[in-house]
Design a protein. Sequence first.
Length: 112
Amino acid sequence: MNSNEGSATTYSSLSNLKTSPRHDLAMIFTCKVCETRSVKTVCRESYEKGVVVARCGGCNNLHLIADHLGWFGQPGSIEEILAARGEEVKKGSADTFNLTLEDLAGKKIFKE
């Protein structure tokens, strides 16, 4: 009989992702400048009604995520920009959204 048989395995992970009650929206993206994969949290209200800019952790490049005030040109969000390019945006709530390994690692890394 295996000594591990019947014992429960517990896994845990640590993250330095800064979260707060106001940061209720998360995104994963790849920087087109340096190919760094990033996870960011933002305030949903800012994303839907204001301006959101995310800094790449790899090259410090700034990425415009949402501009509903028209500060940087045509008002809109990254979803609208990517849809216009024919790129896919996956959305869902924390309860129903399922991420694949490819979603987490990025298409380029996953294929290697």
